[in-house]
Write a protein that binds this ligand. Structure first.
Ligand code: HEC
Length: 151
């Protein structure tokens, strides 16, 4: 009995600590984390972007590997665009926090295009893969156009 009570008490404490930790992530930290995710997205997109435009030789293995990385990374930045980060200096334009529906739509589109790339890249049809690379690139640029500072 005592064991059970202690166990659930500890579970309850653990749970509330987890909630507090979540609520207390500093806005600065959220910005750093979302930028880190975007930086890695940029890293694994880079070679693929080159292949899409013909600037780099096509390499099916690299496409398949990076598509898998992008599939996971592409889910990571979004909770970092929390309203609490509005005042933190970053390249995110104010529209991120005012036009949240459109921002979410753009992030959903990118994730959908990357998911499609994952499956197309397993098929071995170079032209289909290149067309899908272009679609992914467009989904990055479409969001940056509206929601990221020009540089
Ligand atoms: C839904 C909108 C959206 C989509 C889709 C998107 N990005 Fe971004 N990206 C942003 C915003 C906003 C920033 C600025 C973030 C900041 O400064 O906090 C950014 C920043 C970046 C950065 C700079 C990171 C840094 O801080 O140095 C890179 C690189 C980048 N994105 C690459 C990509 C690539 C590649 C894709 C597509 C595979 C992509 N992004 C898709 C909105 C988006």
């Amino acid at each position: 009995m005592k064991k059970i009570v202690t166990g659930s008490l500890l579970a309850a404490i653990g749970l509330s600590v987890a909630c507090i930790a979540q609520a207390q992530v500093k806005p600065d930290t959220l910005v750093k984390q979302r930028q880190s995710a975007m930086t890695l997205i940029g890293k694994y997109w880079g070679p693929l972007g080159g292949m899409a435009t013909g600037k780099a030789p096509y390499n099916a293995e690299v496409v398949a590997r990076n598509a898998g990385y992008l599939d996971a990374l592409g889910k990571m930045p979004w909770d970092g665009f929390d309203a609490s980060t509005k005042e933190v200096k970053s390249a995110a334009l104010p529209a991120v926090f005012t036009d949240t529906a459109k921002f979410k739509e753009a992030s959903d589109r990118m994730q959908a295009e990357v998911a499609k790339l994952v499956s197309v890249s397993k098929g071995g049809d170079e032209n289909a893969v290149k067309a899908q690379l272009a679609a992914v690139g467009k989904s990055c640029g479409g969001c940056h156009e509206t929601f990221r500072e020009k540089r």
